[in-house]
Design a protein around this ligand. Structure first.
Ligand SMILES: [Mg+2]
Ligand SMILES: [Zn+2]
Length: 195
């Protein structure tokens, strides 16, 4: 069985500039490739999981979305960093005129993208992590039995403010993806030594 680090896209790997329909609008954070390389080196899978309701909203097609992801993959690849897979949810229940306007099982925080990835890549979700900037990313981790990690880029600071005084606090909170990956790898080596 593999372990994975599931990465949110917007606000985690790249600047959250709203709905991205063109490759030119995808700006990876300057530390993204180094963070992904570090996960690659650890032997864990790197799997991007992203809600892309822009498809249901008619802002872009799945083909256009894939072109954006191809650019992301190529740019990371040039820096020696590999994504093992990208899973996206194109749905949104509110846009009923669209074939994507359904109540699906894959829109985060529902765990559908993770359970599919787990099947296709033989991943042990309990040994895996989800890194993201929104409450839905943290909730996704909890729903799937993985460890939630909050980054303070994107909507991260707003998410943290919402958590203050609440019932739940992720064990890892990091300023950005590179810091988060460092903390994840440290926690993983502690977990392995305990076994
Ligand atoms: Mg995000
Ligand atoms: Zn979906």
């Amino acid at each position: 069985m593999n372990a994975a680090v599931f990465l949110d896209r917007d606000g985690t790997l790249n600047e959250d500039v709203g709905y991205i329909s063109r490759p030119a609008d995808l700006n990876l954070y300057p530390w993204a490739a180094e963070a992904v390389r570090a996960i690659n080196k650890s032997g864990m899978k790197v799997i991007v999981v992203t809600n892309q309701s822009g498809v249901a909203r008619g802002f872009y097609t799945e083909t256009e979305l894939r072109i954006v992801h191809d650019k992301m993959s190529a740019e990371l690849g040039q820096a020696g960093a590999t994504m093992d897979a990208v899973y996206y949810c194109p749905h949104h229940p509110r846009f009923v005129d669209s074939p994507y306007g359904i109540e699906c099982l894959c829109r985060k925080p529902k765990p559908g993208l993770l359970t599919l990835a787990a099947r296709e890549h033989s991943i042990d979700l309990e040994a895996s992590f989800v890194i993201g900037d929104k409450w839905s990313d943290l909730e996704l981790a909890l729903n799937a039995g993985a460890t939630p990690v909050l980054v303070l880029t994107g909507y991260g600071r707003e998410t943290l403010a919402r958590l203050e005084g609440g019932r739940f606090r992720p064990s890892i909170i990091a300023s950005d993806l590179l810091g988060a990956v460092g903390d994840v790898l440290a926690q993983r080596s502690r977990m392995r030594h305990r076994r």
